[in-house]
Design a protein around this ligand. Structure first.
Ligand SMILES: [Zn+2]
Ligand SMILES: [Zn+2]
Length: 217
């Protein structure tokens, strides 16, 4: 409902999708690892995992943690393709943008067979929206390998599952910013960043609406 807070239905701030009270209590990801975006409890630029096993992407910006009420919003967006939920997520992302937008936004491609059955690519939707809002160019990759559901796999299995899944048809711009709704283990970003670097990109970052807190620091 326009004019009302998406989280509590109180009157919203003018031109925004939320009220001030809800905005303040959202699960903001204030102290996060610079590289993977995982919340850290002490002041440190990198979490323990990234110190030991650096990733292919350089930085992750995820302004929120994947906790309620953001979980419900993402669910509405991802599984019900709710444009209102998508708009809210894009607006929340724009409140906490990355320091550097790079040369182009890159969405996470879906395998054609997956796109046919589910029909909605939330990463593509967000990238298009942010590209319009920020007047930033977009580039795309192809997904040539269908990966079974990642949900039951551990970090290493996810990485193996995604190896060689993405390809670029032409040399991408030097600095890319992957757009996604939620970063969980970072395996998808890692595989897509690997493909971009192999295709000639020099740096890949991630900008997501939310980060699943793994608490590995
Ligand atoms: Zn509210
Ligand atoms: Zn990290």
């Amino acid at each position: 409902m326009p004019g009302y807070c998406a989280f509590c239905l109180a009157p919203a701030l003018a031109g925004q999708g939320w009220c001030l009270a809800c905005l303040k209590t959202l699960p903001w990801n204030r102290h996060a690892c610079r590289q993977c975006g995982d919340p850290v409890t002490h002041e440190t630029p990198l979490c323990g995992h990234c110190l030991v096993e650096p990733s292919t992407f350089t930085a992750t910006q995820a302004g929120l943690m994947y906790l309620e009420p953001i979980k419900e919003l993402v669910h509405d967006f991802k599984f019900h393709a709710s444009p209102r939920a998508g708009t809210l997520l894009a607006e929340l992302m724009l409140l906490t943008p990355p320091a550097d937008l790079g040369d182009a936004l890159l969405s996470v491609p879906m395998h054609p067979s997956h796109a046919r059955t589910r029909g909605f690519n939330q990463s593509q939707w967000l990238a298009e929206r942010l590209s319009r809002q920020l007047d930033a160019p977009m580039v795309s990759a192809n997904r040539i390998k269908d990966s079974p559901s990642q949900r039951t796999l551990n970090r290493r299995q996810r990485a193996a599952n995604l190896a060689g899944a993405f390809v670029f048809e032409s040399v991408p711009p030097a600095h890319l910013l992957i757009i996604d709704d939620v970063v969980t283990t970072g395996s998808t970003g890692h595989a897509l960043a690997r493909a971009a670097l192999d295709a000639g990109a020099e740096r890949v970052d991630i900008w997501a609406a939310a980060r699943t807190p793994l608490g590995k620091d």
